[in-house]
Design a protein. Structure first.
Length: 318
């Protein structure tokens, strides 16, 4: 059984090992695989593991031995699931590994927006502002308390629910939108329509999957509904947001700030309008990447392979 990892560096840049997967077959790990090399590298593979390397219908048609595509992530948009299904190829993912890490990162971003801690530290350590201050304290930006504010969540899956729990712990009122209200039954949160959440929340955080129907749903019209003091956070998928509209909203003061861990195209292109935006924190799709989360991802991927080899595959998406 030949196992080929197309882009192993994202999962394991050197601080983990492949010992959980190596005994399951003849393992070949590539740090990165350009599209033009995917078919050649996976030509004899029974199992292909991919994080962001595209395995589309054209590629699948060139892999006669392929039996399992394991996505070493939650999102499966890198695989043509329909083409795999038509060939009888199982597609699996890892849905649970990053819940706590991503939720934690949401609040790292929100705390950064509320307090600008690193900026103030630089003002003290590198620019000497405290040594010359006329008072015993100073603040270069407004300092914002969360208690009593309203936190809006778009997408109430595992990560959305965990983020809601953390917001609630900060003393915030939580409004959420989900495709099924039953998901909210065991939480002290209130369901609202998307437009209501954008209008009422002091913070809106995106946690919905990207679909054909919600691409760029966060646009100029929806941003105009937000309070001028509100923040937008996106740790989900870049194409959920019209980036030019968000950059304009930040430039014009339509909203107070935003924090994004994702972009419409990754790596981000030099002409992306967010790169010049005001009052924006932009990080390189890293919310998922704690060592703890990646170790869980490695272990669950191994479990997916073992289950497949035993004839009872798990975490199957087709």
């Amino acid at each position: 059984m030949k196992i080929v990892v197309l882009d192993g560096y994202a999962l394991n840049p050197g601080d983990l090992c492949w010992d959980a997967i190596a005994p399951l077959g003849e393992l070949t790990v590539h740090d990165r695989t350009p599209r033009e090399q995917v078919a050649a590298r996976a030509a004899d593979a029974d199992i292909v593991l991919t994080n962001k390397a595209i395995v589309d219908g054209e590629i699948i048609s060139q892999l006669p031995k392929l039996k399992l595509i394991g996505v070493t992530a939650t999102g499966i948009n890198v695989v043509d699931v329909a083409a795999a299904t038509a060939r009888g190829i199982v597609v699996s993912n890892v849905p649970l590994y990053g819940t706590d890490s991503v939720a934690q990162f949401v609040f790292a971003l929100l705390l950064a927006l509320a307090h600008r801690v690193e900026m103030h530290s630089d003002l003290v350590l590198r620019e000497g502002h405290w040594t010359t201050a006329p008072d015993w304290t100073f603040s270069a930006t407004p300092q914002i308390e969360f208690a009593g504010k309203t936190f809006g969540i778009i997408g109430f899956g595992r990560i959305g629910r965990r983020v809601g729990d953390l917001a609630h712990a900060f003393g915030m009122k939580v409004l959420a939108n989900s495709t099924t209200r039953s998901q909210m039954a065991s939480h002290p949160f209130e369901w609202r329509a998307v437009e209501e959440i954008f209008a009422q929340a002091d913070v809106v955080s995106l946690h919905c999957p990207l679909t054909a129907s919600n691409k760029e749903f966060v646009n100029r019209a929806l941003l105009k509904r937000m309070k001028p003091t509100a923040f937008l956070i996106n740790t989900a998928r870049g194409p959920l947001v019209n980036e030019a509209d968000l950059a304009d909203a930040l430039k014009n003061g339509t909203i107070a700030g935003a924090a994004c861990d994702v972009a419409s195209v990754e790596p981000i292109r030099p002409d992306n309008p967010l790169l010049g935006a005001k009052n924006l924190i932009l990080t390189p799709h890293m919310a998922w990447s704690t060592k703890d989360a990646r170790a869980r991802l490695m272990d669950q991927t191994a479990q997916n392979i073992r289950a497949f080899l035993s004839g009872s595959p798990i975490n199957v998406v087709n």
